[in-house]
Design a protein around this ligand. Structure first.
Ligand code: CP
Length: 335
């Protein structure tokens, strides 16, 4: 039995197979891969796109989605082993995962870090426990990576560019009023490097480097592909001749959980919003963001409303790629 926890566990060929199948679903949305089957969607954090697209996707494949809102609609869950459960959690993942598995055919989890202790949270403890104790496949709907978003992103890039190999990809930190999860940034490094692009990471200060697991993975994939992974703090250097600009904001890991100290570094990125002047340095690049996105904080209206912006196509692709993922996991067969 396979889970879909991170694209790191799936080969590039398998991921391309999912994207190809997603294109078939885009052309012909209805199917019966989930007829008589069900999926539990467990949300510990809010969502617009993920919740809608998984629910609708299951319906279009003949299945049934059960949405469990872990912020009030279901019991808080403990995931540490051997813990005395005298806190807020009412049940352990050992029971929750096994009980859900006895009802449904797939379990999907959204659980962002608690922003307390990165050393512990980088192990992705809740979904990892679900993957151990569930007896049905588990899908990551965003934890410390966002693999469904990765496929939707790559599908959108391929739709515009064709073969992305050898293209220049920029992941740029952009401003936001508060520190956010690193999941989409980690995922952007993974998918762009795995699919053979030259990957640049632009950050306002070295403290915004991403976790070594993802930096090393990007380096490794680029080495394998004969491409280059580089880190930049200079805007002009990073934007020069890029084909894709992906925007994301995140909190600096050295200040994880103690964000007061991050403020001076965040201020260094005040002019990192994507605007026309930066776009003029690119190779008429595509621009995207996973959404939700603050206009005129992260990306200027003029860029979001230009033909270069593919964030809406990427969001639509979530529906198609997740149907491919659900079909593949319930059938037990990857292409
Ligand atoms: N991109 C994304 O996952 O959107 P939601 O948070 O709205 O689900």
């Amino acid at each position: 039995m396979r889970h879909f926890l991170t694209t790191a566990d799936w080969s590039r060929q398998e991921l391309q197979g999912l994207i190809d199948r997603a294109r078939e679903f885009r052309a012909s949305p209805q199917g019966d891969a989930l007829r008589g089957k069900s999926i539990a969607l467990v949300f510990f954090n809010p969502s617009l796109r993920t919740r809608t697209s998984f629910d609708l996707g299951a319906h279009q494949l003949g299945g049934h989605a059960i949405i469990l809102d872990a912020r009030g609609g279901t019991w808080p869950v403990e995931f540490e082993d051997g813990v005395v459960m005298d806190g807020t959690a009412e049940e352990h993942v050992k029971e929750a995962a096994r009980v859900l598995s006895s009802y449904v055919d797939l379990i999907a989890i959204r659980c962002f870090p608690k922003f307390e202790n990165w050393t512990a949270e980088r192990e992705d403890p809740l979904i990892s426990a679900y993957a151990i104790y569930a007896t049905v496949p588990v899908i990551n709907m965003e934890t410390i990576v966002h693999p469904c978003q990765e496929l939707a992103h790559m599908m959108a890039l391929q739709d515009e560019i064709g073969d992305v190999r050898g293209g220049n990809y920029l992941l740029t930190w952009v401003p936001h009023p508060k520190p956010l999860n690193t999941a989409v940034a980690n995922s952007a490094l993974l998918i762009a490097s795995k699919f053979g692009m030259n990957v640049r990471l632009l950050i306002p200060d070295e403290v915004y480097r991403l976790d070594a697991r993802y930096m090393d993975a990007a380096n490794g994939f680029c080495d394998e592909a004969g491409t280059r992974f580089s880190v930049h703090t200079d805007i002009a250097e990073a934007y020069d001749d890029v084909d894709v600009v992906y925007a994301k904001s995140w909190g600096a890991l050295p200040f994880f959980g103690q964000w007061e100290g991050e403020a001076p570094y965040r201020a260094k990125g005040a002019d990192f919003m994507i605007d026309d002047a930066k776009m003029a340095m690119t190779n008429d690049a595509l621009v995207s963001h996973c959404l939700p996105m603050r206009r005129n904080v992260k990306i200027a209206d003029s860029v979001v409303d230009s033909p270069n912006f593919v964030g809406l196509a990427e969001a639509e692709n979530r529906l198609h790629v997740q149907k491919a993922i659900m079909e593949t996991l319930v059938s037990g067969r990857a292409r």
